[in-house]
Design a binder for this molecule. Structure first.
Ligand SMILES: Cc1cc2nc3c(=O)[nH]c(=O)nc-3n(C[C@H](O)[C@H](O)[C@H](O)COP(=O)(O)OP(=O)(O)OC[C@H]3O[C@@H](n4cnc5c(N)ncnc54)[C@H](O)[C@@H]3O)c2cc1C
Length: 468
């Protein structure tokens, strides 16, 4: 392999080929610090041609490639296995915004661009790129497209797939496919763009993308409301959708225990209403209308919901700082749960109408089989995506509790399946859910995926061992 590494150094420069353990560790360890793999090297090419040169070398020397963006993925997709045979191909030097076309409402960005930088560049020309994740300070465009990330604004704008009009990809053969035309209509054959989006680096390497932009909203209003149960959350969601239509940008739910964890581990975040109800919902409206107009709309929804006992209490943010606090309550849940100890995560989706029944049934089953386990249920109710996480009973070792993961997964995933849902909603499959999806997807679906994989990556060098 020394000849391979020598050629890599020639192709991208010796400074961008890292082989020492210290330099590689951050690239080999997953976001949740549960696993550290091994690699031959971490390679950081500086442009699309260099990515293609590296892929050709990997093909020649039969070296597997693990593409990596910000390494914030939650399914062990962006880190290599323990064999030490693969290279990690980091896209972090492909970080240029190539062009912005406000009249076409598009921008062309390279795969390694950090999401937050993309937001800022769009804002400078009065546009919005609406993919919003708590990891946006580190996650990249390439990673978010490869994972088809979702986030908190899917209800209004769709997920990463729906926000992309074209890709530039280095194929498993080391060819460059440029489809950066930014067209909203293009029916010239199979939809290859959508094949690469969500493929988690198993079919090719995304090096650039055309992103869809939207007008910057003129105003945003945010509220947190207390409710009795997910049933009332569903009623409130329907009401808000009927009254606010596309102005409804986010509708998130959070169980009381989720928020208790946030206030325990982030005491500086003060909830604007007492945490005495079983459930809370975060509602955000945004549009080109005035703030007064949005506030009137929100107050009218709340007024009716309070009168009909759908909502028990509500706090409407009266300043940017208050809106930020409400969002911090939502966005700190994952970290607060991690600070409480290791836990078992389920990123699932259910038809929105079925969420109350799913939560009621699955909560009951979990308490019957695993008494006193602590459920941390929150998520993007507006698009049917729940983070249905489970922590160890108070006082019990989180490490011992992790041993129950297969049994707990079976209870939760069987229930998801029964309600017609998906066990991999927005974080993807990686290696974490590779075996689980086989359990629930029809055989014909797995076979078609295998056929696509063999056709596009016959040597199985693109992120092998992930998804299928
Ligand atoms: C605090 C926190 C909050 C999060 N919130 C959300 C959320 O709300 N919604 C959501 O969907 N996700 C969320 N995530 C998960 C994660 O941040 C997203 O999936 C994100 O889009 C991953 O981007 P990344 O650049 O870090 O990708 P990585 O983690 O580096 O990679 C993800 C996958 O894509 C592949 N990949 C990376 N770059 C490329 C490329 N250029 N070409 C081909 N394949 C590539 C990798 O091999 C891997 O399989 C969250 C994570 C954290 C830590």
């Amino acid at each position: 392999m020394s000849e391979f590494l020598k050629n890599c150094r020639q192709a991208i420069g010796a400074d961008y080929v890292t082989t020492d353990t210290k330099g590689m560790t951050a690239f080999l360890t997953d976001e949740r610090k549960r696993f550290t793999g091994k690699a031959l090297a971490v390679l950081r090419p500086g442009n699309t041609q260099e990515v293609a040169d590296i892929v050709q070398l990997c093909k020649q020397y039969h070296v597997p490639i693990v593409p990596q963006g910000g390494n914030t993925g939650l399914v062990f997709g962006s880190t290599p296995d323990e064999s030490g045979k693969a290279v990690v191909l980091s896209l972090n030097r492909l970080n240029r915004i190539r062009s912005i076309d406000p009249a076409n409402n598009t921008m062309i960005v390279e795969a390694g661009c950090i999401l937050q930088n993309v937001h800022e560049a769009a804002e400078k020309v009065g546009r919005l790129y609406p993919l919003r994740l708590a990891s946006e300070g580190t996650a990249t465009i390439g990673g978010s497209l490869a994972a088809n990330a979702g986030g908190t604004a899917v209800l209004r704008y769709g997920n990463a797939r729906e926000l992309c009009l074209g890709l530039e990809v280095v194929t498993a053969q080391g060819e460059i496919w440029n489809n950066l035309r930014g067209l909203r209509k293009d029916n010239s054959g199979y939809d290859l763009r959508n094949l690469f989006i969500g493929s988690e680096g198993t079919l090719g390497i995304i090096t650039a993308a055309v992103l869809k932009l939207f007008p910057l909203p003129n105003a945003t209003v945010t509220a947190i409301v207390a409710i009795a149960s997910p049933k009332e959350a569903l009623q409130l969601l329907s009401k808000a959708q009927a009254r606010c239509d596309t102005a409804l940008t986010a509708f998130e739910i959070m169980s009381n225990f989720s928020l208790q964890l946030v206030t325990k581990h982030f005491p500086q975040v003060t909830p604007p209403l007492p945490l005495t109800s079983p459930q809370y919902a975060l509602i955000e409206l945004s549009s080109g209308d005035s703030e007064e107009h949005l506030m009137t709309m929100l107050e009218s929804v709340m007024g009716d919901a309070l009168e009909e006992n759908i909502v028990l209490d509500a706090a409407l943010a009266s300043s940017l700082a208050q809106a930020k606090t409400i969002w911090q309550l939502r966005e700190h849940i994952s970290v607060a749960q991690a600070m409480e100890g290791n836990n078992i995560k389920h990123d699932i989706s259910i038809p929105v109408s079925q969420i109350p029944a799913f939560i009621a049934q699955t909560d009951k089953l979990l308490q019957a089989y695993f008494p006193k386990c602590r459920q941390v249920t929150f998520g993007h109710m507006g698009d049917g995506n729940l983070h249905y996480n489970v922590s160890a009973p108070e006082g019990e070792s989180p490490y011992d509790f992790l041993a129950l993961q297969p049994e707990i997964n079976r209870v939760v995933y069987d229930s998801v399946n029964q309600f017609g849902g998906s066990i991999a909603a927005e974080h993807g499959v990686g290696t974490l859910k590779k075996d689980e999806i086989r359990h629930y997807l029809p055989e014909v679906e797995i076979r078609m995926m295998q056929t696509v994989k063999r056709a596009l990556d016959p040597d199985n060098l693109m992120n092998p061992g992930k998804i299928i």
